[in-house]
Design a protein around this ligand. Structure first.
Ligand code: C5P
Length: 238
């Protein structure tokens, strides 16, 4: 397959680089440059490699979504954000269940970082939780209602968007408006293995429902030729 060779216009793919290995992460970044929009680095990478490892990745030139899901009291979250904002990721995450005051403090801190500040996204209900888990946690609402409640709260407290599963995209787009960022994992092309993802949607379906960006990991990172797979997915979206 011919590769497009430079970053596709409107390519919405963040590739999830879920590894503690800086060498593997850098190799993937180099292979994927020009074939995805950006990279998602999460706790697995950040705990192993810290800010130094992050900076080595950022130097490779792709926008980075730093997914460290902060969850603490407002003072501690804004303190942690102070250090993370200096790294200038394109996106970063906090837990909406930290509450309105924490979200407001975090969004104020992010906005104070200026025009090219990172966008702040909220994590709503982790997709590893089911209805029985929510009940065990004392939350009576069903999952979709709880996701909607937390996404609306995120918007009210000036977060730029949320992470959500494909099943939630349509409702959240309708409720939260066209500018609210919906970053969507759980994406699988029809020709890729689902791995442990249970409720998946294809890239094209998720974009049609209203996703802003797609997070795709293993179908790309475990392929023999990650760049070719990324291009194949991007081409399906045109
Ligand atoms: O390899 P895969 O495409 O399943 O990777 C999806 C990425 O999105 C992983 O980093 C995973 O932790 C993350 N994620 C997810 N589901 C959520 C939130 C994040 O799969 N609800």
């Amino acid at each position: 397959m011919a590769l497009l060779g430079k970053q596709s216009v409107n390519n919405p793919i963040f590739c999830a680089i879920d590894t503690p290995s800086l060498t593997r992460a850098k190799n993937l970044a180099q292979e994927l440059r020009g074939h995805v929009y950006g990279l998602k680095l999460g706790l697995e990478f950040f705990m192993a490699n810290g800010a130094g490892g992050y900076q080595e990745m950022a130097a490779l030139g792709l926008p980075i979504f730093l997914d460290v899901k902060l969850h603490d009291i407002p003072n501690t979250v804004t303190g942690a954000l102070g250090s993370l904002l200096a790294l200038k990721p394109a996106f970063m995450t906090i837990h909406t269940s930290g509450g309105p005051a924490m979200m407001r403090a975090a969004s104020d801190a992010a906005k104070a970082a200026g025009k090219d500040r990172p966008k702040l996204l909220g994590v709503t209900v982790l997709t590893s939780l089911d209805a029985a888990d929510l009940a065990a946690l004392g939350q009576a609402a069903d999952i979709s209602q709880q996701v909607l409640r937390l996404a609306v709260l995120a918007k009210q407290n000036s977060l730029d968007g949320v992470i959500c599963s494909p099943a939630e995209v349509k409702t959240l787009r309708q409720t939260c408006g066209k500018d609210f960022i919906l970053m969507v994992p759980g994406i699988r092309p029809t020709w890729a293995a689902a791995n442990d993802q249970k409720r998946v949607m294809t890239p094209k379906e998720a974009m049609a429902e209203g996703a802003t960006y797609l997070v795709i990991g293993r179908p790309i990172t475990e392929a023999d030729n990650p760049a070719e797979v990324a291009e194949r997915i991007a081409a399906e979206l045109i």
